[in-house]
Design a binder for this molecule. Sequence first.
Ligand code: PRT
Ligand code: MG
Length: 225
Amino acid sequence: MSAFNGQSNSQLILALSKGRIFEDTLPLLEAAGITVTENPETSRKLILNTNDPNVRVIIVRATDVPTYVQHGAADFGVAGKDVLLEHGGEGLYQPIDLNIATCRMSVAVKNGFDYETAVRQGARLRVATKFVQTAREHFAAKGVHVDLIKLYGSMELAPLVGLSDAIVDVVSTGNTLRANDLVEVEAIMPISSRLIVNQAALKLKRERLQPIIEAFERASQPKSQ
Ligand code: PRT
Ligand code: MG
């Protein structure tokens, strides 16, 4: 029995966010013989059952997945590298890159804003972002002085209404940037989602977790291999 949540060592809780991460994790779960029997898009339940009575899925905000896993409220989870860099990874074991929910972290500005000159001139750049750690490190490495403005969503709006000169955000198709008259001026890093495991659970529940980690690893390898 775990003193923390009263569950036996055979019970596993997986933390996922709704949307692309949930959708892209389903085939990996199938590869491990686990079928989620409820749909978070139509159900209001936050704890979903699977075909395995010992495995349940909790649905949390993408940015909250590492927090649930770090504190052992979930044994494992799936989170984007963008989210993990902001969280810091404390208490988490990150065994595999699942190559799902891929996108890139980029700097974007309003069409017509001369980013290169602004950066070269050394004036302070106002940057709005949800990803303050990543943005701070990126601009510090370039030696660019920035005023970071923390936002929680819809970063694309900030340069349009004069809140910032630039944004740091994740981009996949680039359609959202184009629709808002923004242009990508710098790619910071490629992003994909990782499997994360609570460090204590990895030791206490290794027998249950290891086969799932291995199945995820096999199923997430690039198709060409
Ligand atoms: O939506 P919510 O505020 O709850 O949280 P979230 O946006 O962090 O979660 P979610 O579920 O949308 O994203 C989960 C993870 O998916 C992120 O942490 C990323 O690692 C990854 N991912 C992959 C993306 C995208 N692609 C993506 N396109 N996350 C967000 N986007 C956004 C993008 O910023 C833009 O606003 O989706 C919009 C559409 O993108 P374009 O470029 O295709 O137009
Ligand atoms: Mg989103």
